[in-house]
Design a binder for this molecule. Structure first.
Ligand SMILES: Nc1ncnc2c1ncn2[C@@H]1O[C@H](COP(=O)(O)OP(=O)(O)OP(=O)(O)O)[C@@H](O)[C@H]1O
Ligand SMILES: [Mg+2]
Length: 361
Protein backbone atom coordinates (compact mmCIF):
# COMPACT_ATOMS: atom_id res chain seq x y z
CA UNK A 1 0.00 0.00 0.00
CA UNK A 2 1.39 3.39 -1.06
CA UNK A 3 0.55 6.48 0.98
CA UNK A 4 1.38 10.08 0.13
CA UNK A 5 2.11 11.96 3.37
CA UNK A 6 1.94 15.75 3.68
CA UNK A 7 3.42 17.69 6.62
CA UNK A 8 3.29 21.48 7.07
CA UNK A 9 2.62 22.03 10.78
CA UNK A 10 5.54 24.39 11.42
CA UNK A 11 8.36 25.50 9.12
CA UNK A 12 9.02 22.46 6.91
CA UNK A 13 6.97 21.81 3.79
CA UNK A 14 7.31 18.06 3.43
CA UNK A 15 5.84 15.44 1.12
CA UNK A 16 6.76 11.75 0.97
CA UNK A 17 5.53 8.55 -0.62
CA UNK A 18 5.89 5.50 1.60
CA UNK A 19 5.08 1.85 0.95
CA UNK A 20 3.53 -0.25 3.74
CA UNK A 21 4.44 2.25 6.43
CA UNK A 22 8.15 1.53 6.16
CA UNK A 23 9.73 1.74 2.73
CA UNK A 24 10.55 5.25 1.53
CA UNK A 25 9.91 5.81 -2.18
CA UNK A 26 10.53 9.55 -1.89
CA UNK A 27 10.97 12.06 0.92
CA UNK A 28 10.96 15.75 -0.01
CA UNK A 29 11.58 18.31 2.75
CA UNK A 30 11.64 22.02 1.91
CA UNK A 31 13.00 23.71 5.02
CA UNK A 32 12.43 27.36 5.90
CA UNK A 33 15.43 27.37 8.27
CA UNK A 34 17.38 29.80 6.06
CA UNK A 35 14.49 32.28 6.14
CA UNK A 36 14.03 32.12 9.91
CA UNK A 37 17.74 32.09 10.80
CA UNK A 38 17.65 35.83 10.01
CA UNK A 39 14.83 36.37 12.55
CA UNK A 40 16.09 33.88 15.18
CA UNK A 41 12.74 32.04 15.19
CA UNK A 42 9.64 31.15 13.19
CA UNK A 43 7.27 33.96 12.11
CA UNK A 44 3.90 32.18 11.59
CA UNK A 45 2.64 34.47 8.81
CA UNK A 46 5.84 34.05 6.78
CA UNK A 47 5.83 30.29 7.40
CA UNK A 48 2.30 29.97 5.96
CA UNK A 49 3.20 32.00 2.86
CA UNK A 50 6.34 29.91 2.30
CA UNK A 51 4.30 26.70 2.56
CA UNK A 52 1.96 28.05 -0.12
CA UNK A 53 4.86 28.58 -2.50
CA UNK A 54 6.51 25.23 -1.79
CA UNK A 55 3.67 22.75 -1.44
CA UNK A 56 2.68 22.00 -5.05
CA UNK A 57 6.29 21.72 -6.33
CA UNK A 58 7.03 19.45 -3.33
CA UNK A 59 4.12 17.12 -4.21
CA UNK A 60 5.31 16.99 -7.84
CA UNK A 61 8.90 16.29 -6.76
CA UNK A 62 7.73 13.47 -4.48
CA UNK A 63 6.11 11.73 -7.47
CA UNK A 64 9.17 12.34 -9.68
CA UNK A 65 11.64 11.03 -7.08
CA UNK A 66 9.48 7.95 -6.46
CA UNK A 67 9.39 7.32 -10.23
CA UNK A 68 5.57 7.38 -10.13
CA UNK A 69 4.95 9.26 -13.37
CA UNK A 70 2.70 8.60 -16.35
CA UNK A 71 4.06 8.14 -19.89
CA UNK A 72 3.50 11.85 -20.44
CA UNK A 73 5.49 12.72 -17.29
CA UNK A 74 2.50 13.64 -15.09
CA UNK A 75 2.19 12.68 -11.40
CA UNK A 76 0.64 9.20 -11.48
CA UNK A 77 -2.09 9.32 -8.83
CA UNK A 78 -3.32 5.86 -9.87
CA UNK A 79 -0.28 4.47 -8.00
CA UNK A 80 -1.34 6.09 -4.70
CA UNK A 81 -3.75 4.28 -2.34
CA UNK A 82 -4.32 7.00 0.27
CA UNK A 83 -3.35 10.52 1.30
CA UNK A 84 -2.29 11.41 4.85
CA UNK A 85 -1.89 14.89 6.30
CA UNK A 86 -0.98 16.58 9.58
CA UNK A 87 -4.10 18.47 10.68
CA UNK A 88 -3.14 19.05 14.35
CA UNK A 89 -1.34 20.46 16.35
CA UNK A 90 0.77 23.29 14.89
CA UNK A 91 0.66 26.80 13.52
CA UNK A 92 -2.79 27.66 12.22
CA UNK A 93 -1.78 29.07 8.82
CA UNK A 94 0.85 26.38 8.26
CA UNK A 95 -1.59 23.54 9.05
CA UNK A 96 -4.18 25.07 6.72
CA UNK A 97 -1.90 24.94 3.68
CA UNK A 98 -1.07 21.24 4.01
CA UNK A 99 -4.58 20.23 5.02
CA UNK A 100 -6.33 22.12 2.20
CA UNK A 101 -3.83 20.71 -0.30
CA UNK A 102 -4.48 17.15 0.93
CA UNK A 103 -8.25 17.67 0.89
CA UNK A 104 -8.13 18.99 -2.68
CA UNK A 105 -6.02 16.11 -3.99
CA UNK A 106 -8.21 13.58 -2.15
CA UNK A 107 -11.35 14.99 -3.81
CA UNK A 108 -9.80 15.32 -7.28
CA UNK A 109 -8.25 11.84 -7.27
CA UNK A 110 -10.92 9.98 -5.24
CA UNK A 111 -8.45 8.88 -2.54
CA UNK A 112 -9.19 8.16 1.12
CA UNK A 113 -7.84 10.93 3.35
CA UNK A 114 -6.25 10.30 6.77
CA UNK A 115 -5.89 13.19 9.22
CA UNK A 116 -2.93 12.47 11.48
CA UNK A 117 -1.85 13.97 14.81
CA UNK A 118 1.68 15.42 14.49
CA UNK A 119 3.06 13.77 17.64
CA UNK A 120 1.74 10.40 16.55
CA UNK A 121 3.68 10.90 13.32
CA UNK A 122 6.87 11.69 15.26
CA UNK A 123 6.42 8.37 17.11
CA UNK A 124 5.86 6.44 13.86
CA UNK A 125 9.10 7.84 12.40
CA UNK A 126 10.56 4.88 14.32
CA UNK A 127 8.79 2.43 12.01
CA UNK A 128 10.40 3.94 8.87
CA UNK A 129 13.14 1.82 7.24
CA UNK A 130 13.30 -0.25 10.44
CA UNK A 131 14.70 -3.79 10.25
CA UNK A 132 13.34 -4.43 13.73
CA UNK A 133 9.95 -2.96 14.65
CA UNK A 134 8.97 -1.62 18.09
CA UNK A 135 6.91 -4.03 20.21
CA UNK A 136 4.07 -3.16 22.63
CA UNK A 137 3.73 -2.20 25.40
CA UNK A 138 6.10 0.65 24.69
CA UNK A 139 7.09 3.99 26.08
CA UNK A 140 7.64 6.93 23.74
CA UNK A 141 9.61 10.00 24.76
CA UNK A 142 8.48 12.84 22.51
CA UNK A 143 11.03 15.66 22.51
CA UNK A 144 10.41 18.34 19.92
CA UNK A 145 10.27 22.09 19.41
CA UNK A 146 6.76 22.42 20.86
CA UNK A 147 6.30 19.32 23.04
CA UNK A 148 7.93 17.19 25.73
CA UNK A 149 5.87 14.19 26.72
CA UNK A 150 6.17 10.61 27.85
CA UNK A 151 3.48 8.49 26.21
CA UNK A 152 2.62 4.89 26.99
CA UNK A 153 1.23 2.74 24.16
CA UNK A 154 -0.25 -0.68 24.84
CA UNK A 155 -1.14 -1.12 21.15
CA UNK A 156 -1.41 0.90 17.94
CA UNK A 157 -3.87 3.81 18.40
CA UNK A 158 -3.69 3.58 22.19
CA UNK A 159 -1.94 6.57 23.76
CA UNK A 160 -1.71 7.45 27.44
CA UNK A 161 0.24 10.58 28.39
CA UNK A 162 2.10 9.73 31.60
CA UNK A 163 4.38 12.78 31.72
CA UNK A 164 4.39 16.22 30.16
CA UNK A 165 6.10 19.58 30.45
CA UNK A 166 4.52 22.16 32.74
CA UNK A 167 6.02 25.02 30.70
CA UNK A 168 8.58 25.05 27.84
CA UNK A 169 9.40 22.14 25.56
CA UNK A 170 12.97 20.83 25.63
CA UNK A 171 13.58 21.85 21.98
CA UNK A 172 12.30 25.34 22.78
CA UNK A 173 14.75 25.42 25.69
CA UNK A 174 17.65 24.53 23.33
CA UNK A 175 16.48 27.31 20.97
CA UNK A 176 16.16 29.95 23.73
CA UNK A 177 19.50 29.10 25.34
CA UNK A 178 21.23 29.20 21.94
CA UNK A 179 19.88 32.75 21.59
CA UNK A 180 21.32 33.74 24.99
CA UNK A 181 24.69 32.26 23.94
CA UNK A 182 24.63 33.97 20.53
CA UNK A 183 24.42 30.68 18.62
CA UNK A 184 22.38 30.51 15.38
CA UNK A 185 18.81 29.24 14.94
CA UNK A 186 17.79 26.44 15.23
CA UNK A 187 19.38 26.14 18.64
CA UNK A 188 19.52 22.34 19.00
CA UNK A 189 22.09 21.60 16.30
CA UNK A 190 24.15 24.73 17.07
CA UNK A 191 24.32 23.95 20.81
CA UNK A 192 25.33 20.36 20.01
CA UNK A 193 28.08 21.66 17.70
CA UNK A 194 29.40 24.23 20.20
CA UNK A 195 29.26 21.63 23.01
CA UNK A 196 31.85 19.46 21.24
CA UNK A 197 34.68 21.77 22.33
CA UNK A 198 33.20 22.53 25.75
CA UNK A 199 33.53 21.02 29.21
CA UNK A 200 30.16 19.80 30.46
CA UNK A 201 31.14 19.98 34.14
CA UNK A 202 32.08 23.68 34.13
CA UNK A 203 28.59 24.84 35.15
CA UNK A 204 25.92 22.96 37.05
CA UNK A 205 22.21 23.53 36.50
CA UNK A 206 19.11 22.34 38.38
CA UNK A 207 17.07 19.21 37.60
CA UNK A 208 13.50 20.41 38.24
CA UNK A 209 10.56 18.24 39.36
CA UNK A 210 12.52 15.21 40.59
CA UNK A 211 10.52 12.08 41.35
CA UNK A 212 7.74 12.85 38.86
CA UNK A 213 7.31 12.14 35.16
CA UNK A 214 6.53 15.80 34.45
CA UNK A 215 9.12 18.22 33.12
CA UNK A 216 9.87 21.91 33.59
CA UNK A 217 12.38 23.62 31.31
CA UNK A 218 11.71 27.32 31.85
CA UNK A 219 13.65 27.31 35.15
CA UNK A 220 16.62 25.69 33.42
CA UNK A 221 16.64 28.46 30.82
CA UNK A 222 16.62 31.10 33.60
CA UNK A 223 19.39 29.25 35.48
CA UNK A 224 21.61 29.38 32.37
CA UNK A 225 20.83 33.08 31.93
CA UNK A 226 21.82 33.80 35.56
CA UNK A 227 25.14 31.92 35.13
CA UNK A 228 25.89 33.85 31.91
CA UNK A 229 25.18 37.11 33.77
CA UNK A 230 27.55 35.97 36.52
CA UNK A 231 30.27 34.89 34.05
CA UNK A 232 30.09 38.22 32.23
CA UNK A 233 29.80 40.16 35.50
CA UNK A 234 26.58 41.88 34.41
CA UNK A 235 23.51 42.62 36.57
CA UNK A 236 20.07 41.04 35.97
CA UNK A 237 18.94 44.35 34.44
CA UNK A 238 21.55 44.11 31.64
CA UNK A 239 19.83 43.32 28.25
CA UNK A 240 20.12 39.55 27.70
CA UNK A 241 20.49 40.07 23.95
CA UNK A 242 23.84 41.80 24.58
CA UNK A 243 25.35 39.16 26.87
CA UNK A 244 26.52 36.78 24.13
CA UNK A 245 28.98 39.31 22.71
CA UNK A 246 30.77 39.37 26.07
CA UNK A 247 31.38 35.60 26.23
CA UNK A 248 34.66 34.05 25.10
CA UNK A 249 34.42 31.12 22.65
CA UNK A 250 35.50 28.75 25.43
CA UNK A 251 32.83 30.07 27.84
CA UNK A 252 30.20 29.70 25.10
CA UNK A 253 31.30 26.11 24.44
CA UNK A 254 31.35 25.30 28.18
CA UNK A 255 27.83 26.71 28.61
CA UNK A 256 26.60 24.74 25.59
CA UNK A 257 28.18 21.50 26.87
CA UNK A 258 26.97 21.98 30.46
CA UNK A 259 23.41 22.77 29.36
CA UNK A 260 23.27 19.94 26.80
CA UNK A 261 24.47 17.43 29.40
CA UNK A 262 21.93 18.70 31.94
CA UNK A 263 19.06 18.41 29.44
CA UNK A 264 20.18 14.88 28.47
CA UNK A 265 20.52 13.84 32.13
CA UNK A 266 17.02 15.16 32.92
CA UNK A 267 15.51 13.22 30.00
CA UNK A 268 17.28 10.02 31.06
CA UNK A 269 16.18 10.44 34.71
CA UNK A 270 12.55 10.68 33.56
CA UNK A 271 12.92 7.63 31.32
CA UNK A 272 14.46 5.69 34.20
CA UNK A 273 11.45 6.52 36.38
CA UNK A 274 8.95 5.75 33.60
CA UNK A 275 10.55 2.31 33.05
CA UNK A 276 10.56 1.63 36.81
CA UNK A 277 6.85 2.47 37.00
CA UNK A 278 6.10 0.38 33.87
CA UNK A 279 8.21 -2.79 34.21
CA UNK A 280 6.27 -4.57 31.43
CA UNK A 281 7.72 -2.16 28.79
CA UNK A 282 9.17 -3.92 25.74
CA UNK A 283 10.37 -0.99 23.64
CA UNK A 284 11.55 2.54 24.31
CA UNK A 285 10.99 4.97 21.46
CA UNK A 286 12.56 8.41 21.16
CA UNK A 287 10.76 10.83 18.84
CA UNK A 288 10.84 14.47 17.66
CA UNK A 289 13.55 16.91 16.58
CA UNK A 290 15.65 16.69 19.76
CA UNK A 291 16.02 12.92 19.21
CA UNK A 292 18.70 13.86 16.62
CA UNK A 293 20.97 14.84 19.52
CA UNK A 294 24.07 12.62 19.52
CA UNK A 295 24.88 13.05 23.22
CA UNK A 296 21.36 11.86 24.08
CA UNK A 297 21.68 8.88 21.70
CA UNK A 298 25.03 7.91 23.19
CA UNK A 299 24.03 8.27 26.86
CA UNK A 300 20.65 6.56 26.42
CA UNK A 301 22.26 3.64 24.63
CA UNK A 302 24.62 3.14 27.59
CA UNK A 303 21.76 3.52 30.09
CA UNK A 304 19.63 0.90 28.32
CA UNK A 305 22.57 -1.52 28.06
CA UNK A 306 23.08 -1.18 31.83
CA UNK A 307 19.35 -1.67 32.46
CA UNK A 308 19.24 -4.73 30.22
CA UNK A 309 22.18 -6.33 32.03
CA UNK A 310 20.13 -6.15 35.26
CA UNK A 311 16.64 -6.80 33.96
CA UNK A 312 14.86 -9.99 33.11
CA UNK A 313 12.77 -8.17 30.57
CA UNK A 314 15.12 -6.66 27.92
CA UNK A 315 14.14 -3.33 26.40
CA UNK A 316 14.76 -2.43 22.77
CA UNK A 317 15.71 1.19 22.23
CA UNK A 318 14.57 2.96 19.04
CA UNK A 319 15.69 6.26 17.55
CA UNK A 320 14.49 7.47 14.15
CA UNK A 321 17.11 7.89 11.45
CA UNK A 322 18.33 11.49 12.01
CA UNK A 323 16.64 12.61 8.76
CA UNK A 324 13.30 11.47 10.21
CA UNK A 325 13.81 13.11 13.64
CA UNK A 326 12.54 16.49 12.52
CA UNK A 327 9.36 17.17 10.57
CA UNK A 328 8.85 15.11 7.40
CA UNK A 329 6.02 13.64 5.34
CA UNK A 330 7.23 10.03 5.59
CA UNK A 331 6.34 9.73 9.26
CA UNK A 332 2.82 11.02 8.50
CA UNK A 333 2.41 8.30 5.88
CA UNK A 334 3.71 5.65 8.28
CA UNK A 335 1.29 6.71 11.05
CA UNK A 336 -1.60 6.64 8.55
CA UNK A 337 -0.64 3.14 7.38
CA UNK A 338 -1.13 1.80 10.91
CA UNK A 339 -4.43 3.72 11.15
CA UNK A 340 -5.59 1.90 8.02
CA UNK A 341 -4.51 -1.46 9.48
CA UNK A 342 -6.50 -0.56 12.61
CA UNK A 343 -9.60 0.11 10.47
CA UNK A 344 -9.79 3.78 11.38
CA UNK A 345 -12.38 5.59 9.27
CA UNK A 346 -10.89 8.09 6.81
CA UNK A 347 -11.75 11.79 7.14
CA UNK A 348 -14.29 13.59 4.98
CA UNK A 349 -12.20 15.63 2.51
CA UNK A 350 -15.02 18.19 2.22
CA UNK A 351 -15.09 19.03 5.94
CA UNK A 352 -11.73 18.10 7.56
CA UNK A 353 -10.65 20.95 9.80
CA UNK A 354 -7.36 21.92 11.41
CA UNK A 355 -6.76 22.26 15.16
CA UNK A 356 -3.76 24.33 16.34
CA UNK A 357 -3.83 22.51 19.70
CA UNK A 358 -4.89 19.01 20.67
CA UNK A 359 -3.70 16.01 22.68
CA UNK A 360 -2.28 12.94 20.94
CA UNK A 361 -4.83 10.39 19.79
N1 LIG B 1 20.87 17.83 17.44
C1 LIG B 1 19.91 18.41 18.15
N2 LIG B 1 20.01 18.51 19.49
C2 LIG B 1 19.04 19.09 20.24
N3 LIG B 1 17.92 19.61 19.70
C3 LIG B 1 17.76 19.53 18.36
C4 LIG B 1 18.74 18.93 17.52
N4 LIG B 1 18.30 19.01 16.23
C5 LIG B 1 17.10 19.65 16.27
N5 LIG B 1 16.78 19.97 17.54
C6 LIG B 1 15.61 20.71 18.03
O1 LIG B 1 14.44 20.07 17.57
C7 LIG B 1 13.38 21.05 17.48
C8 LIG B 1 12.64 20.86 16.18
O2 LIG B 1 12.02 19.61 16.22
P1 LIG B 1 10.63 19.36 15.51
O3 LIG B 1 10.77 19.75 14.10
O4 LIG B 1 10.22 17.99 15.83
O5 LIG B 1 9.75 20.41 16.31
P2 LIG B 1 8.45 21.13 15.82
O6 LIG B 1 7.83 20.36 14.73
O7 LIG B 1 8.79 22.56 15.59
O8 LIG B 1 7.57 21.05 17.14
P3 LIG B 1 6.40 19.96 17.41
O9 LIG B 1 6.82 18.70 16.78
O10 LIG B 1 6.33 19.90 18.89
O11 LIG B 1 5.20 20.57 16.79
C9 LIG B 1 14.03 22.42 17.59
O12 LIG B 1 13.75 22.94 18.87
C10 LIG B 1 15.51 22.11 17.44
O13 LIG B 1 16.36 23.02 18.11
MG1 LIG C 1 7.55 18.34 14.83
Amino acid sequence: MRILGIESSCDETAVAIVENGQTILSNVVVSQIDIFAAYGGVIPEIAARSHLEAILPAVHQAFQKAGLVTDSGQDDWSKIDAIAVTHTPGLLGSLLVGTLTARTFAILNHKPLYAVHHLKSHIYANWLQASLLPVFPLIALIISGGHTQIVKMSAHQNFEIIGTTRDDAVGECFDKIAKILGLPYPGGPSIAKAAKTGNSSTYSFPHPMPGTLDFSFSGLKTAVLREVQKATEKPISFPSSQLAALLTDQQRADFAASFEQTAVDILIEKIKLALKQNPETQSLIIAGGVSANQRLRHDLQIFIEQQNSKLHNKINLFFPEPRFSGDNGAMVASAAYYEILSNITPSDPYTLNIMPRSEIK
